[in-house]
Ligand binder design. Structure first.
Ligand SMILES: Cc1cc2nc3c(=O)[nH]c(=O)nc-3n(C[C@H](O)[C@H](O)[C@H](O)COP(=O)(O)OP(=O)(O)OC[C@H]3O[C@@H](n4cnc5c(N)ncnc54)[C@H](O)[C@@H]3O)c2cc1C
Length: 312
């Protein structure tokens, strides 16, 4: 049996969770399993209807927003789940190790395909910050995986089926062993780790005074802004925006690299983006090797033209 958790925000199911639902359905049909879903009870009715397209047999609605790992662990024990599936998001990356230690399941993060086998469990995952793939085989029967939903294309789901609704109204004592004393300052309105589109600038932009066009492009595309390490080292941009091996690892739908050479340490943090578009004056720049689309040109000419077109 598959147990999965759908993330929501303001009552809406996150896009990554809808892709995850499709992933679970394919897994169910490949190995003839059942799907049990878990979702916050803040989900609104129309969103709940969307889940009926994924052949889920039972849906638990949980009221605890601060003890999601506890809820999932309790439901997993009650239902004797064999496979727990989360999306590889910021929220689930936090839940995954807690669940693994609570349940003593083996966990595999950042998986990118449907398992080849479930007994023993064999699955492909991203390794070394997306620079390699790894085929993992797990000897234990019970596993938790997190799926990189950017690496997976969902199919059309037309047939609706009903599920049994179960309210999970347990409340859990607040037994947090740590407290957040300082929150990271966000320099852009959109959270870099959750952003679907990221506009990123490098040393090719010459100086902090030239970031207006980056911010304008980001605002038109509803994107977060990011930068290379030297840019934050030079204090052109805040450190929270630095992506790469020593910065944040991100995997948006679209990463736009402007004036960034694409050094291996930079690529390590962005190469699992679904699409990469690069703008660089040097046609030999390594960033083009990991790009899906490339524009060889001067950012100061190309970016204003893109902005102009998008504004039309
Ligand atoms: C241990 C270690 C860890 C590191 N970790 C990170 C990390 O986490 N993240 C990271 O980013 N780096 C990291 N680095 C640094 C990395 O090696 C590179 O030096 C860095 O990524 C280069 O930044 P850049 O591309 O902005 O600058 P540059 O390498 O200077 O590249 C600028 C690019 O802009 C292009 N350009 C110039 N003018 C224009 C123009 N007008 N229009 C368009 N393009 C133009 C140039 O052709 C060039 O390709 C690390 C290095 C080490 C040793």
């Amino acid at each position: 049996m598959i147990l999965t958790f759908f993330e929501t925000k303001n009552g809406l199911i996150k896009k990554s969770s809808l892709i995850l639902a499709d992933y679970c359905k394919r897994l169910k049909n490949k190995f003839n399993l059942n799907i049990i879903g878990i979702v916050s009870n803040e989900i609104n009715e129309t969103e709940e209807e969307k889940l009926k397209f994924f052949e889920i047999s039972k849906l638990y609605k949980i009221q605890e927003k601060n003890a999601i790992a506890n809820c999932i662990a309790d439901i997993a024990k009650k239902e004797n789940s064999q496979i727990i599936i989360l999306s590889h998001t910021y929220e689930s990356k936090y839940i995954l190790p807690i669940l693994s230690s609570k349940l003593d399941y083996t966990c595999v993060s950042n998986t990118i395909e449907i398992p080849k086998n479930i007994s023993p469990f064999e699955i492909k995952r991203n390794a070394f910050s997306g620079k390699a793939f790894e085929n993992t085989e797990i000897k234990e029967e019970k596993v938790i995986i997190s799926v990189n939903t950017n690496s997976y294309s969902s199919s059309d789901n037309e047939n609706k089926s009903e599920f049994t609704l179960v309210d999970h109204n347990e409340s859990y004592e607040n037994n947090k062993q740590f407290e957040i004393t300082n929150l990271e300052k966000q320099s852009s309105k959109i959270n870099l780790r959750d952003a679907e589109v990221v506009v990123s600038g490098g040393r090719g932009l010459k100086g902090p005074e030239n970031w207006n066009m980056i911010e304008e492009l980001a605002s038109i595309l509803n994107a977060a802004t990011a930068c290379s390490k030297p840019v934050s080292d030079l204090n052109w941009r805040p450190h929270e925006e630095h992506v790469g091996q020593t910065g944040k690892t991100i995997s948006p739908e679209l990463y736009i690299a402007i004036g960034i050479s694409g050094a291996i340490q930079h690529a390590a943090g962005v190469s699992s983006s679904k699409y990469i578009l690069s703008i660089n004056t040097d046609k030999e720049a390594p960033i083009f090797k990991i790009s899906d689309y490339g524009i060889v040109g001067d950012a100061f000419e190309v970016v204003p033209k893109i902005i102009e077109e998008l504004k039309k």
